[in-house]
Write a protein that binds this ligand. Structure first.
Ligand SMILES: [Zn+2]
Length: 299
Protein backbone atom coordinates (compact mmCIF):
# COMPACT_ATOMS: atom_id res chain seq x y z
CA UNK A 1 0.00 0.00 0.00
CA UNK A 2 1.06 3.56 -0.62
CA UNK A 3 -0.47 6.76 0.70
CA UNK A 4 -1.29 9.63 -1.63
CA UNK A 5 -2.98 12.96 -1.06
CA UNK A 6 -5.97 13.93 -3.19
CA UNK A 7 -7.72 17.22 -3.81
CA UNK A 8 -10.78 17.44 -6.04
CA UNK A 9 -11.96 20.70 -7.53
CA UNK A 10 -15.29 22.33 -8.22
CA UNK A 11 -18.24 20.10 -8.94
CA UNK A 12 -16.18 16.93 -8.62
CA UNK A 13 -16.69 17.48 -4.91
CA UNK A 14 -20.33 16.56 -5.34
CA UNK A 15 -19.25 12.95 -5.67
CA UNK A 16 -17.33 12.94 -2.39
CA UNK A 17 -18.53 12.55 1.17
CA UNK A 18 -18.73 15.91 2.98
CA UNK A 19 -15.52 15.47 4.95
CA UNK A 20 -13.47 15.12 1.76
CA UNK A 21 -14.91 18.03 -0.17
CA UNK A 22 -12.79 21.01 -1.18
CA UNK A 23 -9.82 19.95 0.88
CA UNK A 24 -6.79 17.74 0.54
CA UNK A 25 -7.07 14.33 2.14
CA UNK A 26 -4.80 11.32 2.40
CA UNK A 27 -5.81 7.97 1.15
CA UNK A 28 -4.29 4.52 1.05
CA UNK A 29 -3.93 3.14 -2.45
CA UNK A 30 -3.45 -0.42 -3.57
CA UNK A 31 -0.06 -1.27 -4.94
CA UNK A 32 0.28 -0.21 -8.57
CA UNK A 33 -3.05 1.61 -8.44
CA UNK A 34 -3.46 4.14 -11.24
CA UNK A 35 -4.88 7.64 -10.98
CA UNK A 36 -8.01 6.44 -12.74
CA UNK A 37 -8.44 3.49 -10.39
CA UNK A 38 -8.18 5.71 -7.31
CA UNK A 39 -10.32 8.56 -8.65
CA UNK A 40 -13.12 6.12 -9.35
CA UNK A 41 -12.59 4.26 -6.08
CA UNK A 42 -13.14 7.59 -4.36
CA UNK A 43 -16.49 7.91 -6.14
CA UNK A 44 -15.74 10.20 -9.06
CA UNK A 45 -16.52 8.86 -12.57
CA UNK A 46 -13.48 9.26 -14.80
CA UNK A 47 -15.62 10.80 -17.50
CA UNK A 48 -16.08 13.83 -15.27
CA UNK A 49 -12.36 14.48 -15.11
CA UNK A 50 -10.58 16.78 -17.53
CA UNK A 51 -7.22 17.29 -15.94
CA UNK A 52 -5.06 15.51 -13.40
CA UNK A 53 -2.02 17.13 -11.85
CA UNK A 54 0.34 14.63 -10.22
CA UNK A 55 2.81 16.47 -8.02
CA UNK A 56 2.06 19.56 -10.05
CA UNK A 57 2.56 18.00 -13.48
CA UNK A 58 -0.21 16.96 -15.81
CA UNK A 59 -0.70 13.23 -15.85
CA UNK A 60 -2.86 10.65 -17.56
CA UNK A 61 -5.32 8.14 -16.19
CA UNK A 62 -2.70 5.41 -16.30
CA UNK A 63 -0.12 7.04 -14.02
CA UNK A 64 0.88 4.70 -11.19
CA UNK A 65 0.61 6.27 -7.74
CA UNK A 66 3.62 6.26 -5.45
CA UNK A 67 4.14 7.00 -1.80
CA UNK A 68 3.60 10.66 -0.96
CA UNK A 69 2.11 11.63 -4.35
CA UNK A 70 -0.14 14.69 -4.49
CA UNK A 71 -3.02 14.36 -6.91
CA UNK A 72 -5.16 17.34 -7.97
CA UNK A 73 -8.21 16.46 -10.03
CA UNK A 74 -10.13 18.99 -12.11
CA UNK A 75 -13.49 18.67 -13.82
CA UNK A 76 -14.28 19.31 -17.42
CA UNK A 77 -14.77 22.75 -18.77
CA UNK A 78 -13.86 24.76 -15.80
CA UNK A 79 -13.52 28.42 -16.50
CA UNK A 80 -9.81 28.50 -15.88
CA UNK A 81 -7.66 27.88 -18.91
CA UNK A 82 -6.28 24.38 -19.01
CA UNK A 83 -5.49 24.50 -22.70
CA UNK A 84 -1.78 24.87 -22.09
CA UNK A 85 -1.68 21.68 -20.08
CA UNK A 86 -1.74 18.17 -21.32
CA UNK A 87 -5.16 16.73 -20.87
CA UNK A 88 -6.02 13.26 -19.74
CA UNK A 89 -7.27 12.47 -23.23
CA UNK A 90 -5.68 13.02 -26.57
CA UNK A 91 -8.85 14.63 -27.85
CA UNK A 92 -10.78 17.08 -25.75
CA UNK A 93 -14.46 16.45 -25.55
CA UNK A 94 -15.66 18.79 -28.24
CA UNK A 95 -17.64 16.61 -30.54
CA UNK A 96 -21.00 17.84 -29.45
CA UNK A 97 -23.15 14.85 -30.15
CA UNK A 98 -24.97 13.14 -27.36
CA UNK A 99 -26.62 9.94 -26.31
CA UNK A 100 -29.07 10.43 -23.45
CA UNK A 101 -29.89 7.56 -21.14
CA UNK A 102 -33.40 6.23 -20.79
CA UNK A 103 -34.36 8.66 -18.04
CA UNK A 104 -33.39 11.83 -19.87
CA UNK A 105 -35.94 11.96 -22.67
CA UNK A 106 -37.00 15.49 -21.82
CA UNK A 107 -33.44 16.73 -21.96
CA UNK A 108 -32.89 14.90 -25.24
CA UNK A 109 -35.83 16.72 -26.82
CA UNK A 110 -34.65 20.09 -25.58
CA UNK A 111 -31.15 19.46 -26.91
CA UNK A 112 -32.64 18.71 -30.31
CA UNK A 113 -34.67 21.91 -30.13
CA UNK A 114 -31.37 23.69 -29.48
CA UNK A 115 -29.90 21.95 -32.51
CA UNK A 116 -27.71 19.31 -30.86
CA UNK A 117 -27.72 15.84 -32.35
CA UNK A 118 -29.00 13.70 -29.48
CA UNK A 119 -29.88 10.01 -29.60
CA UNK A 120 -32.41 8.73 -27.09
CA UNK A 121 -33.38 5.13 -27.59
CA UNK A 122 -34.33 2.21 -25.46
CA UNK A 123 -31.04 0.49 -24.99
CA UNK A 124 -31.32 -2.90 -23.31
CA UNK A 125 -28.73 -2.07 -20.67
CA UNK A 126 -25.89 0.21 -19.65
CA UNK A 127 -23.33 -1.84 -21.54
CA UNK A 128 -25.18 -1.12 -24.78
CA UNK A 129 -25.29 2.60 -24.07
CA UNK A 130 -21.59 2.59 -23.33
CA UNK A 131 -20.71 0.63 -26.45
CA UNK A 132 -22.92 2.84 -28.60
CA UNK A 133 -21.35 6.02 -27.25
CA UNK A 134 -17.90 4.71 -28.01
CA UNK A 135 -18.81 3.53 -31.49
CA UNK A 136 -20.65 6.73 -32.40
CA UNK A 137 -18.37 9.13 -30.55
CA UNK A 138 -21.23 10.53 -28.55
CA UNK A 139 -21.14 12.09 -25.12
CA UNK A 140 -23.15 10.06 -22.63
CA UNK A 141 -25.67 12.04 -20.60
CA UNK A 142 -26.91 10.31 -17.50
CA UNK A 143 -27.78 10.56 -13.84
CA UNK A 144 -26.28 7.10 -13.30
CA UNK A 145 -22.74 7.21 -11.99
CA UNK A 146 -22.17 3.53 -12.61
CA UNK A 147 -22.83 4.04 -16.30
CA UNK A 148 -20.13 6.73 -16.42
CA UNK A 149 -17.66 4.46 -14.69
CA UNK A 150 -17.77 1.95 -17.51
CA UNK A 151 -14.53 1.65 -19.39
CA UNK A 152 -16.16 2.09 -22.78
CA UNK A 153 -17.48 5.50 -21.78
CA UNK A 154 -14.71 7.94 -22.58
CA UNK A 155 -16.88 11.03 -22.69
CA UNK A 156 -19.82 11.56 -20.44
CA UNK A 157 -21.57 14.07 -18.26
CA UNK A 158 -23.30 13.44 -15.02
CA UNK A 159 -26.50 15.49 -15.01
CA UNK A 160 -27.37 16.91 -11.61
CA UNK A 161 -30.64 18.75 -12.20
CA UNK A 162 -33.89 16.84 -12.10
CA UNK A 163 -36.05 18.86 -14.51
CA UNK A 164 -35.40 18.99 -18.22
CA UNK A 165 -35.21 22.78 -18.52
CA UNK A 166 -32.73 22.96 -15.66
CA UNK A 167 -30.79 20.03 -17.09
CA UNK A 168 -30.45 21.90 -20.36
CA UNK A 169 -29.25 25.03 -18.57
CA UNK A 170 -26.76 22.98 -16.57
CA UNK A 171 -25.34 21.32 -19.66
CA UNK A 172 -25.20 24.52 -21.71
CA UNK A 173 -23.19 26.21 -19.00
CA UNK A 174 -20.95 23.27 -18.30
CA UNK A 175 -20.01 22.46 -21.88
CA UNK A 176 -20.27 26.03 -23.12
CA UNK A 177 -22.84 24.94 -25.68
CA UNK A 178 -24.41 28.31 -26.43
CA UNK A 179 -22.07 29.29 -29.29
CA UNK A 180 -22.73 25.97 -31.04
CA UNK A 181 -26.51 26.03 -30.69
CA UNK A 182 -28.63 26.03 -33.85
CA UNK A 183 -32.14 26.46 -32.49
CA UNK A 184 -35.03 24.86 -34.36
CA UNK A 185 -32.95 23.01 -36.91
CA UNK A 186 -33.65 19.46 -35.69
CA UNK A 187 -36.91 17.59 -35.19
CA UNK A 188 -37.42 17.21 -31.47
CA UNK A 189 -39.03 13.82 -31.99
CA UNK A 190 -36.72 12.24 -34.56
CA UNK A 191 -33.41 14.09 -34.23
CA UNK A 192 -33.59 14.52 -38.02
CA UNK A 193 -32.93 17.84 -39.81
CA UNK A 194 -35.84 20.18 -40.38
CA UNK A 195 -36.19 21.86 -43.76
CA UNK A 196 -38.36 24.68 -45.02
CA UNK A 197 -41.45 23.58 -46.86
CA UNK A 198 -43.76 25.66 -49.03
CA UNK A 199 -47.03 26.58 -47.38
CA UNK A 200 -48.91 25.35 -50.41
CA UNK A 201 -47.64 21.84 -49.77
CA UNK A 202 -48.81 21.68 -46.19
CA UNK A 203 -51.65 24.12 -45.71
CA UNK A 204 -54.46 21.72 -46.49
CA UNK A 205 -53.59 19.77 -43.38
CA UNK A 206 -53.30 22.75 -41.10
CA UNK A 207 -55.82 24.05 -38.59
CA UNK A 208 -57.63 27.10 -39.92
CA UNK A 209 -56.12 29.53 -37.42
CA UNK A 210 -52.63 28.37 -38.37
CA UNK A 211 -53.32 28.61 -42.08
CA UNK A 212 -54.64 32.13 -41.56
CA UNK A 213 -51.77 33.48 -39.53
CA UNK A 214 -48.58 31.66 -40.50
CA UNK A 215 -46.71 31.53 -43.76
CA UNK A 216 -43.41 29.87 -42.96
CA UNK A 217 -43.18 26.20 -42.17
CA UNK A 218 -40.59 23.55 -41.60
CA UNK A 219 -40.98 19.84 -42.00
CA UNK A 220 -39.19 16.69 -40.89
CA UNK A 221 -38.67 14.08 -43.58
CA UNK A 222 -38.74 11.28 -41.03
CA UNK A 223 -41.95 11.89 -39.10
CA UNK A 224 -43.49 14.26 -41.69
CA UNK A 225 -44.37 16.67 -38.91
CA UNK A 226 -45.03 20.27 -39.89
CA UNK A 227 -43.74 23.01 -37.63
CA UNK A 228 -44.45 26.70 -37.28
CA UNK A 229 -43.83 29.50 -34.82
CA UNK A 230 -46.82 28.98 -32.62
CA UNK A 231 -47.31 28.98 -28.88
CA UNK A 232 -45.28 25.80 -28.42
CA UNK A 233 -42.41 27.45 -30.25
CA UNK A 234 -42.69 30.43 -27.93
CA UNK A 235 -42.46 28.22 -24.87
CA UNK A 236 -39.45 26.36 -26.19
CA UNK A 237 -37.80 29.61 -27.14
CA UNK A 238 -38.22 30.79 -23.55
CA UNK A 239 -36.61 27.59 -22.27
CA UNK A 240 -33.64 28.01 -24.60
CA UNK A 241 -33.18 31.63 -23.61
CA UNK A 242 -33.35 30.66 -19.95
CA UNK A 243 -30.55 28.20 -20.65
CA UNK A 244 -28.43 30.95 -22.16
CA UNK A 245 -29.03 30.18 -25.83
CA UNK A 246 -29.78 33.12 -28.10
CA UNK A 247 -32.88 32.70 -30.24
CA UNK A 248 -34.13 35.18 -32.81
CA UNK A 249 -37.18 37.21 -32.03
CA UNK A 250 -40.32 35.80 -33.54
CA UNK A 251 -40.39 37.25 -37.01
CA UNK A 252 -43.99 38.25 -36.68
CA UNK A 253 -46.93 36.02 -37.09
CA UNK A 254 -46.87 36.23 -40.84
CA UNK A 255 -43.18 36.04 -41.55
CA UNK A 256 -41.90 33.14 -39.58
CA UNK A 257 -38.40 31.87 -39.86
CA UNK A 258 -38.61 29.00 -37.49
CA UNK A 259 -41.23 26.69 -36.40
CA UNK A 260 -42.98 24.46 -34.09
CA UNK A 261 -45.28 21.70 -33.86
CA UNK A 262 -46.79 19.23 -36.19
CA UNK A 263 -48.01 15.80 -35.64
CA UNK A 264 -46.17 12.53 -35.80
CA UNK A 265 -47.60 10.08 -38.25
CA UNK A 266 -48.17 6.51 -37.33
CA UNK A 267 -45.08 5.15 -39.00
CA UNK A 268 -41.64 6.48 -39.60
CA UNK A 269 -41.18 4.61 -42.81
CA UNK A 270 -43.82 6.62 -44.56
CA UNK A 271 -42.54 7.78 -47.90
CA UNK A 272 -41.85 11.32 -48.83
CA UNK A 273 -45.42 11.96 -49.72
CA UNK A 274 -47.74 14.81 -49.15
CA UNK A 275 -47.93 15.42 -45.43
CA UNK A 276 -51.60 16.08 -45.90
CA UNK A 277 -52.29 12.43 -46.26
CA UNK A 278 -53.95 12.59 -42.94
CA UNK A 279 -57.42 11.84 -41.80
CA UNK A 280 -59.67 14.65 -40.56
CA UNK A 281 -59.10 13.27 -37.07
CA UNK A 282 -55.40 13.55 -37.46
CA UNK A 283 -55.71 17.07 -38.75
CA UNK A 284 -57.98 17.99 -35.89
CA UNK A 285 -55.24 16.90 -33.57
CA UNK A 286 -53.09 19.61 -35.03
CA UNK A 287 -55.23 22.01 -33.08
CA UNK A 288 -53.45 20.66 -30.08
CA UNK A 289 -50.31 20.62 -32.02
CA UNK A 290 -47.85 21.10 -29.20
CA UNK A 291 -48.13 17.41 -28.61
CA UNK A 292 -44.63 16.81 -27.48
CA UNK A 293 -45.09 14.58 -24.47
CA UNK A 294 -42.12 16.13 -22.80
CA UNK A 295 -41.88 18.79 -20.16
CA UNK A 296 -42.84 21.47 -22.63
CA UNK A 297 -46.19 20.09 -23.44
CA UNK A 298 -49.37 21.64 -22.30
CA UNK A 299 -50.78 19.91 -19.32
ZN1 LIG B 1 -39.44 14.21 -37.08
Amino acid sequence: MVTATFRFYEELNDFLPPDRRKRAFSCSCARAATTKHMIEALGVPHTEVELILLNGESAGFDAILREGDRVAVYPKFECFDVSGLLRVRAQPQRSLRFVADAHLGGLARLLRVAGFDTVHENFPDDAEVAAYSQREHRIVLTRDRDLLKRRAVTHGCYIRALKAAQQLAELVERLDLAPSARPFTLCLRCNAPLRPVAKALVEAGLPERVRAHYNDFLTCDVCRGVFWQGTHWQRMRAVLIHAGIAVDEPAGRDTLKHAVAGRAPEGRDRGAGDPDERSPDERAQDERVPNDPGPLSRS
